[in-house]
Design a protein around this ligand. Structure first.
Ligand code: SF4
Length: 310
């Protein structure tokens, strides 16, 4: 079996920064540090940090007063920020700067008197955070049918913003539906929303031209990993999402001469290695990486964590 690895794949700069924030907070302040929601959607990463003293909570009510508290890469609503202040928590914000950029875009559109339409998945923490960061009316649409169902006059000044990890193609279809309904529509170029989403999706499309089966390493609740698997399926390739090698079903790769592997933005490279090891257990495997972009994006840490602890 020939395995071809997507390039780029795996960790993005927002995930690296979020993990680094928890890591440095543990080093600087000592355990426990509290993290609201999974810092990134990956059980292995969360388990490793938990073993070092990070305590993951879903509600700030679970955090003792004045404790060091980290907001996850997905971002939080302003109500959560206010709740943290009221509880006198010492907050470190690991919201990805590209998610924060969407918050700012949404606020500017709302301040300009536009109804803001967020294209995203209901219930995802990034969507809940973004909706709660914008004053004024924010409506969530998930697909073209939701656009058709919007109870807004056609002349309404409207702006769209999007969840960072959606499929660029799906998002375009929803934007086209919005354009058909609302002539006064503005919004950002979807290719500029998140470099990592765009690069991983482009790479997986290219990879699908070369393989019989696609394996996407990532968590079931990882939005960007699910989009990568969907792109594989849309390309006509059998595509499966798996957290690590223990979830590999031999039937998925039976008869496949060439298997492509990519990884979501929150999946560590060790999980990719784990999947390759599981494939090797089935028979001889030759591994190569596709030609692709080398990423050199880095995001700054919060100033209080920028230098290493003594
Ligand atoms: Fe930030 Fe993009 Fe990574 Fe999400 S996928 S954490 S928006 S860099």
């Amino acid at each position: 079996m020939h395995v071809i690895l997507a390039q780029p794949r795996g960790f993005c700069a927002g995930v690296v920064r979020a993990i680094e924030i928890v890591d440095r907070a543990l080093e600087r302040y000592g355990a426990p540090v509290y993290v609201r929601h999974e810092i990134v959607h990956n059980k292995a990463v969360v388990g490793g940090l938990r073993a070092r003293g990070a305590v993951f909570v879903e509600a700030l009510a679970e955090v003792p007063p004045q404790a060091v508290t980290i907001f996850s890469a997905h971002g939080v609503a302003r109500a959560v920020e206010a709740d943290a202040r009221a509880r006198d928590l010492r907050v470190l914000n690991a919201t990805c700067p590209l998610v924060a950029k969407v918050h700012i875009q949404g606020r500017l559109y709302a301040a300009a008197g536009r109804v803001v339409i967020l294209i995203g998945h209901a219930g995802h923490p990034e969507v809940e955070g973004t909706m709660g960061q914008i004053d004024g009316r924010v409506l969530l649409v998930q697909d073209e049918a939701d656009v058709d169902a919007l109870d807004l006059p056609a002349a309404t000044p409207v702006a769209y913003i999007t969840q960072t990890t959606l499929s660029v193609d799906d998002t375009r279809a929803v934007i086209a539906a919005l354009q058909r309904r609302f002539p006064d529509l503005v919004g950002p170029d979807v290719r500029d929303i998140c470099y990592a989403t765009q690069n991983r999706q482009r790479a997986v499309r290219e990879l699908c031209r070369q393989v019989d089966v696609l394996l996407v390493v990532g968590a079931a609740n990882s939005s960007n990993s699910n989009r990568l698997r969907e792109i594989g399926s849309e390309s006509g390739i059998r595509s499966h999402l798996l957290a690590d090698g223990s979830e590999l079903d031999p039937a998925w790769v039976a008869g496949a001469a060439t298997v492509g592997i990519t990884a979501g933005a929150s999946a560590p490279e060790a999980m990719v290695e784990h999947v390759i090891a599981a494939l090797r257990a089935l028979g001889p495997v030759e591994v190569s990486a596709m030609d692709g972009l080398e990423e050199h994006v880095e995001f700054k840490l919060p100033p209080e964590l920028a230098g290493r602890a003594a």
